[in-house]
Every structure is written in C-alpha cells, then in structure tokens.
Design a protein around this ligand. Sequence first.
Ligand SMILES: Nc1ncnc2c1ncn2[C@@H]1O[C@H](COP(=O)(O)OP(=O)(O)OP(=O)(O)O)[C@@H](O)[C@H]1O
Length: 328
Amino acid sequence: MSLRVEGARKAFRAGGVVALDGVDIATEDELLVIVGPSGSGKSTLLRAIAGLEPLDAGRVLIGDRDVTSLPPAARDVAMVFQEAAVFPHLTVAANIGIGERARGAGRRSIEARVREVAGVLDVDHLLDRMPGELSGGERQRVALARAMIRVPAVCLLDEPLASVDAESRLRMRGEIRALQRSLGVPMVHVTHDQLEALAMADRVAVMHGGRVLQCDTPTALYARPATTAVARIVGPLPMNLLASEGRVVGVRPERIRLGGDGLRATVLAVEQAGEECLVRLEAPVEVVEGDLLARLPWTAAPEAGTSVTVTWRTEDEHHFDATTGNRR
Ligand SMILES: Nc1ncnc2c1ncn2[C@@H]1O[C@H](COP(=O)(O)OP(=O)(O)OP(=O)(O)O)[C@@H](O)[C@H]1O
C-alpha cells in the first residue's frame, strides 16, 4: 500500500499560523518517522492524513484512492495518540475488542483476534486487568493493540512514547518497529525526539516551519544533511556551524578532536555523560548558531578554563551556502 500527501496546505485563522506550507510526502510499506521541533506541523500533518483536519489545499492518497474529502471512518486509517485513551471502566480485553464489537463481529472471533493482537503487543497476560492497574507503557501497548486489531490501510502514531519511561520507550521502539513489519502497511510515526527517529525509521521526514526539509534514510540524513537546519535538528548533538570565507562549514561535535595543530580555544565547561563528555568551547571563529561543542571520550576530558587546540579532518566537513543554508 502507498500513502501520498501532495501540496498540503493548512493555515489556522486563530493566530494566523501556517501549520502546513506545501507538504509532499510519499511512503510505501515502511516506517516513516516525522521529526521536527515543537510547532513544526507534525501533528497537523498526521491529523490531515487521518481526516481530522481538513486541508486548505492539497491531496491525501491512500493506494489509488483520493481520500482528501472522505471522513476519518471511511479512510481505513488507525491512529494512536500521545495520551493512550483507554476506557477506564472496561477490562484490557474489552478495550482491545471494542472496535470489532462495534462492527458487529461475533464473540468468538473477537476473542481470538484480541488474544492474537495482545500476544503481538505483549499484553496477553493483562487481558483481565482494568486500565487503572497498568503502567503507562502497558496502557500505551493496549491502545496500540486496539488500533491494530484490524489491519488498517495506514497506521498513524502521534508521539505514543512521550509519556512512557526511558526503559519502556527503548523496548516499545522495537515493538513498534516489529509491528510495522508484521502489519506490512505504511506506518507514520511522529516524534520530536530525533534520536528515536533515527533509531527506528526506514526513512525520516524532517519538518520545520510547516515544510518537509528533507526525507531520507537515517544514514543519509546524518551523513549528508541537505540544509543547516537539518544538520542542527538531526544527530546526537546539533552540528557546529562556523562562518568561513562566505560559506558555512559544519562539523559534528563527535568528529572534533583536541590537540595537534589546530584552532586555539578555551574550554568553557565540561559535562560528563557516562563514558563520554560534552565540552563547550570558545574560539576566535564566528559560530553561526549555538556554541562550539565537542563530544569526547571521558578519558580525554580537558579541564574547564584551560587552553586547547581544536582539530577535525577535512572529510568530516559539511559545506553550506551562507545565504540559503543549502548544502553545496
Ligand atoms: N487548532 C489550532 N488552532 C490554531 N493553531 C493551531 C491549531 N493546531 C495547531 N496550531 C498551530 O499550528 C502549528 C503547528 O502545530 P502542530 O501541532 O502541527 O505542531 P507539532 O510539530 O505537532 O508540535 P508539537 O511537537 O509541539 O506537538 C503550531 O504553531 C500550532 O500552534
């Protein structure tokens, strides 16, 4: 199945915000993760695909069906939101089966399907519990199971891991990844956590200001960001951007080394992060945005206040146009 969004535009009269400013995406049976800062239009795009937000212009196509003017129920789309909305007065089994019951399926077939999907999402041992007796992660898995009980044409997830603790998040990333493979339909997952995006996705669409800046594999986004904005959004840390001879030179903090014949710098601060450390530097260069950062092994941590030299390999440089920010 394919999912395409073409030329999607959406302005909200309240506040005069252009939430979608000509968005095109095309995806097939893969996990497409949409990432971007708060307010970049991610949820609006997802809601437009689901039919919850009418577009001012543009089209949504699922397979060869133009669903732009169809109501949500007619689109065959499953959607899971940030806050797992489960019915507190129904058991887990009843929550998962509620859609099938509404469609008039028989009791036995509902039971069988509930057990099957609960097994996939590892909530089969919780079927008789009430939602109040579940952890946040378990509740979210129940919400996923309910949405996936019937294989939809398209599956949409809006920050389903946002309120789940770090350990469950890690586990659920893998489960969502596996769920997409077992369903074999396009899955679009929204997150503002770009590391989560890079870890899970077949491809990542980076949104900013209502536009898709780049849509590519995690490897390509990291290795060849198309613009300075993508270079700042994608990666374990924002890329350092230095003004140099009318262009912008980008170097990732994890590619910077201290010592050798290089740029003289002063160490402003050192933060330990497990085996590594984040070093904030001041150097006589024009840093286009943010601070000059280096990520080093903790064993190589310099002292704050000392003088160091900063080097990197030329093959680790990314070059961008100073005016447009586009990769050169
Ligand atoms: N119903 C609405 N009325 C007015 N403005 C809205 C409405 N919904 C969203 N917006 C605005 O549209 C822009 C995009 O919002 P959207 O929720 O799509 O962003 P987002 O990328 O999902 O953000 P977040 O990561 O914070 O959820 C924002 O500026 C937001 O304030």
